[in-house]
Write a protein that binds this ligand. Structure first.
Ligand code: ACM
Length: 413
């Protein structure tokens, strides 16, 4: 970044890191962060030695890039109204209500045009950061299914008995693609498109939180399983992942997945991003693939910072700088662990100011863990505080202004 003195945390002096993947995940599906915000985050992350931006671009609440064969994705799925996340618990105080109140002024949706994606990719590349786009299959597909209902649960088929909460450990419905030809073609098209838009070697294909009960409750599912030549609903998820991966491989890409997928899909050459707390750490313990350590208990920075001077909107339990500096993280010592990644989900992140407040100072503590394996907590804490003062003094923690073009996009016009 321009004008800044030598960095005080992370890649200081001649430090090196054993971690090839130094990642930050940003969720632009729940909030379409503006391009200036994404570019600022990239520039700051690069200063602290991060080299991967895992960019979550599709989810139940929004779709963020153009796929010419499926125009309703950008005409409609990019402009769904913001939900209230009523099912979410584990929120700090009045997070949900504050987000509802603030959204009309702050929240942006829409999609990234091809030119904007090329601009972000080039900016990232100039900063030594590879973009790893994520399109999450076969779950978390509600936005696409809302505009192309033929991709999902047969219309009119009742939902499984009982409350959704009893049925799945994730509170949202987490709509799944159905194993139809339409959904198979859709997956192939979106993967071809992602491969075209993003030059980096990796595409993340999700695979988290599939509520199999949804598939099992379809009386036709036995026929579907037979047609697809698979033994059960877990194998059906693997069928979807295979479909996505084969298109990506034809296009020269490697595949990354969330840790749930490594349990049901034994593709050897995938990279696993391990997020799911104790369950996730057990899964990678049983798996053989290389993995990225992104344990939600310390690395989900959408969980609030208890020391934040500003009131934050976010999840609990809180994660402090000291938690990050002192967590044991035994999984990071395994040689299969090739990286560490912080993640910020955006259900309650409405704008750049919200994002910056969650990232700083804690991203600096993550950088210290990545670059300084023998860190001294007192020294690291001081260096982080001084570095944050530098960032503030140079105005780098101010939110970039939204350009007029982006306001047009934000308003959906
Ligand atoms: C995740 O947090 N569902 C990857």
């Amino acid at each position: 970044m321009h004008n800044l003195p030598a960095v005080l945390v992370g890649p200081v002096g001649d430090r090196s890191s054993r971690f090839a993947w130094r990642g930050l995940m940003i969720d632009s599906a729940r909030t379409r962060h503006t391009v200036p915000v994404i570019k600022q985050v990239i520039a700051l992350a690069a200063r602290y030695g991060f080299n991967r931006l895992h960019w979550h671009l599709t989810d139940d609440q929004g779709w963020r890039f153009d796929v010419p064969e499926y125009p309703r994705l950008t005409e409609a799925a990019a402009y769904l109204p913001r939900g209230n996340f009523d099912d979410y618990d584990s929120l700090l105080g009045d997070t949900r209500q504050r987000a509802i109140d603030e959204a009309p002024e702050k929240w942006t949706n829409g999609y990234y045009t091809d030119d904007e994606i090329a601009d972000v990719v080039a900016h990232a590349s100039a900063h030594g950061i590879v973009i790893v786009p994520e399109v999450d299959v076969p779950g978390h597909m509600k936005a696409a299914i809302e505009v192309y209902p033929e991709l999902g649960r047969p219309v009119g088929l009742p939902l499984p008995e009982g409350s959704m909460r009893e049925h799945m450990w994730w509170p949202a419905r987490n709509d799944l693609l159905w194993p139809t030809d339409a959904a198979r073609d859709f997956v192939a098209s979106i993967m071809r498109r992602v491969a075209e838009l993003f030059p980096g070697p990796y595409v993340h294909i999700g695979g988290d939180e599939c509520a199999y009960q949804q598939w099992s409750s379809d009386p036709q599912m036995g026929e579907w399983l037979a047609l697809r030549g698979v033994s059960g609903v877990e194998a059906l998820q693997a069928w979807f992942m295979d479909g996505a991966a084969s298109v990506l491989k034809e296009n020269g890409k490697s595949v990354a997945v969330w840790d749930e997928a490594c349990e049901i899909w034994d593709a050897e050459d995938t990279l696993v991003v391990a997020w799911d707390e104790a369950r996730g750490m057990e899964r990678i313990g049983r798996a053989s693939q290389p993995y990225i350590f992104a344990d939600a208990r310390t690395l989900y920075l959408n969980r609030v910072d208890p020391d934040s001077p500003q009131p934050q909107k976010g999840m609990i339990p809180a994660i402090s700088v000291d938690d990050l500096l002192t967590a044991p993280w035994p999984e990071t010592r395994d040689e299969r662990c090739i990286g560490i990644q912080a993640c910020v989900w955006s259900e309650f992140v409405l704008d750049g100011a919200d994002l910056t407040s969650l990232l700083f100072p804690r991203l600096l503590a993550v950088a210290e863990r990545i670059w300084n394996p023998n860190l001294d907590v007192v020294q690291a804490r001081e260096a982080i505080a001084r570095e944050c003062e530098v960032l503030k003094a140079f105005g780098h923690l101010d939110t970039p202004t939204v350009t007029p073009d982006e306001m047009v996009m934000a308003n959906g016009t």
